[in-house]
Design a protein around this ligand. Sequence first.
Ligand SMILES: NC(=O)c1ccc[n+]([C@@H]2O[C@H](COP(=O)([O-])OP(=O)(O)OC[C@H]3O[C@@H](n4cnc5c(N)ncnc54)[C@H](O)[C@@H]3O)[C@@H](O)[C@H]2O)c1
Length: 246
Amino acid sequence: MLVTGSGGGLGRAAALTFAWEGARIIGCDLHEVTNNETVELVRSSGGEMKGIAPVDLTDHNQVRDMVEQSVAVYGGLDVVYNNAAIQYFGPMPDFSIDDWRATIAGELNIPFFVSKYSWPHLIRRGGGTIINIASMAGMIAGANPPMIGHVAAKAGVIAMTCQLALEGAEHGIRAVAISPGPFLTPASDRDLGDDQAARAAITGKTLLKRFGHPSELVELAAFLASDGASYITGANFPVDGGATAW
Ligand SMILES: NC(=O)c1ccc[n+]([C@@H]2O[C@H](COP(=O)([O-])OP(=O)(O)OC[C@H]3O[C@@H](n4cnc5c(N)ncnc54)[C@H](O)[C@@H]3O)[C@@H](O)[C@H]2O)c1
């Protein structure tokens, strides 16, 4: 199984949960130090993981090499967990062309590149599952902060998931999207600090009036990757505390 962005908050949680379920993990990230930390955490909890870092997934040549390296480690690929992303925020019309391009590169190009180069290996195995981490921002507009690039890119991820499901079905490839609402990760917790107004503005859109915990997302991901989800493809699952329900 390949997890992108395994040095980050939700990627680390995914690596730990999938390893706990028995998957053999390849985890890649731009940041070697945080990725190595995840590898150590997985191994010390009894799981199997190899890290590949640093790799810049916005560069398709690096993605191609990383996928080939990954496949060589365990002899194949069954699950691709497209989690890595970087986004930029800002209001219209001040959102710069550079920020727009960087958001599309960091949020939409990455899962396309990783899926593209993994595709033949999934087919070779007789199928597999692609899980794309999208966002509630791909479903509704977002005010806190304004996010024109982010909404467009994540809506693209959800649409791409449908297309991957359509073209993958005949090969035994299922593709699903998970759309998180606000999740508290070590990085977001640190960035928000004790800014209670910002925290309240973000969680106020949820019905449950709180952040999600990474485990509340990756448990669904583990199910979606399992045989229990064999009739689920082309679907997008909000895990957002009800934020997109109203
Ligand atoms: N945390 C949330 O509240 C939230 C909400 C909605 C969607 N999401 C989505 O969940 C996913 C994970 O988010 P997170 O909160 O864990 O973020 P994070 O920043 O903690 O993790 C993202 C990881 O991706 C890596 N990455 C970024 N650009 C890369 C590149 N070019 N090459 C390789 N690695 C790269 C980063 O180094 C980082 O380790 C993202 O797709 C994000 O958009 C998160």
